[in-house]
Design a protein around this ligand. Structure first.
Ligand code: ZN
Length: 373
């Protein structure tokens, strides 16, 4: 399989999601059926037309069920398009003009609404150093992960029979650049101290997104998973995870996924929206038109994430990722240009480990949780 991957490449840049002119439709066929039907535990599916394009990509790449953080006003449309295939997570309403309410009292009613109207069983917490800039007002009462507001939200989630997903930290590349002011943003390790207290305080399952926020440090993740039986990770944030897992020795990374089978879920962090299908929205240039502005562009954007993750997990591919990664130039502008990409190194995981990663763990943790009461 590995030698076939990438064989449709014509070398002609199409977009930031397809630097080398891959035919992602044909590529899906070359990868073949996954070891098990994939449950994508972490996406943001929005837009009726975009959801339909996502479904086409998902069919090609063997993605069955999807868990989505869909903006509240778009949930019904997405549900109409995807039917039983999609389940929804409660997540903060970033569009709330009252910025201070988003992660504080405003989130309580949002959690309740997702639970009552759309049967959401997972509450997503967004934390990490970015809150210093995005919390609205004085961020002091939100900085610690177990701050009173978040405990209140977690208690409500517990009452409503919900489990958790959390974004706890950002890439090391960001701590080296935009969060270089340590007094303001604190160290990466500091973000985890109060998170570990919450893991002990609330015993339901927690999914720490983006390889727990620390794909750069598998030794740290080993410790975190050893200390907390109720902690799971997802593989979402394709660019970040591909970049950082690919620079580490293949054997080390493969051993991690093998040791922690049953604790890591497949997630892509694919974001879809109708703004990807057009260059203009209401006469103004769409802010998302840079990512994609046509149906073909949106198809490539969504497919690129599944291509990269499946190629990394399943094959022995070794070559440049087809996805532009701006973090490279952000950290090292001398060595890297704006449209460069990191090496993607295949892990060649075995079928049984892949089946756990792709669906068994999600079934045991999330689907079972959703099925109760
Ligand atoms: Zn996400």
């Amino acid at each position: 399989m590995a030698d076939k991957v990438g064989s449709t490449r014509d070398g002609v840049y199409r977009s930031d999601a397809n630097r080398s002119g891959l035919d992602y439709g044909t590529e899906a066929g070359l990868l073949g059926e996954p070891a098990a039907p994939i449950i994508d535990a972490h996406t943001h599916i929005n837009g009726r037309a975009a959801a339909a394009i996502w479904a086409r990509v998902a069919d090609l790449y063997g993605i069955g069920r999807v868990y989505s953080m869909t903006r509240f006003p778009e949930v019904e449309a997405v549900q109409e398009v995807l039917g039983d295939r999609v389940r929804f997570l409660a997540f903060p309403d970033w569009s709330n003009p009252d910025a201070e309410a988003v992660h504080r009292d405003g989130y309580l009613s949002v959690i309740e609404a997702y639970r009552e109207r759309f049967d959401a069983r997972v509450v997503k917490f967004w934390a990490g150093p970015g809150l210093v800039d995005h919390a609205g007002g004085d961020p002091d009462d939100l900085i610690e992960f177990d701050s009173p507001w978040r405990v209140k939200q977690a208690e409500l989630a517990t009452e409503l029979g919900m489990m958790f997903m959390v974004h706890i930290a950002d890439p090391d590349t960001w701590f080296a650049t935009r969060y270089a002011d340590g007094a303001k943003y604190r160290t990466k390790a500091a973000q985890y101290v109060s998170f570990e207290r919450m893991l002990e305080r609330f015993s339901q399952p927690w999914i720490a997104a983006h390889m727990g926020g620390w794909p750069e440090d598998l030794d740290f993740l080993d410790g975190l998973l050893e200390r907390h039986d109720n902690l799971y990770l997802d593989s979402s944030a394709t660019k970040w995870v591909v970049r950082e897992l690919s620079v580490q020795p293949r054997e080390r990374v493969a051993a991690f996924f093998t040791r922690w089978r049953g604790r890591v879920l497949f997630g892509s962090d694919v974001v879809t929206m109708d703004a990807h299908l057009t260059a203009e929205v209401d006469g103004a240039l769409s802010i998302k038109s840079e990512q994609a502005s046509t149906e073909e562009g949106a198809f490539d954007l969504y497919a690129s994430r599944y291509w990269a993750l499946r190629t990394m997990f399943e094959t022995y591919y070794e070559g440049e990722s087809p996805i532009v990664d701006p973090d490279l130039a952000m950290v090292d502008p001398v060595r890297f240009g704006e449209r460069d990409a990191p090496v993607l190194r295949g892990l060649g995981l075995g079928a049984a480990v892949l089946a756990d990663l792709y669906c068994n763990t999600a079934i045991a943790v999330v689907e079972r949780w959703c099925a109760q009461g």
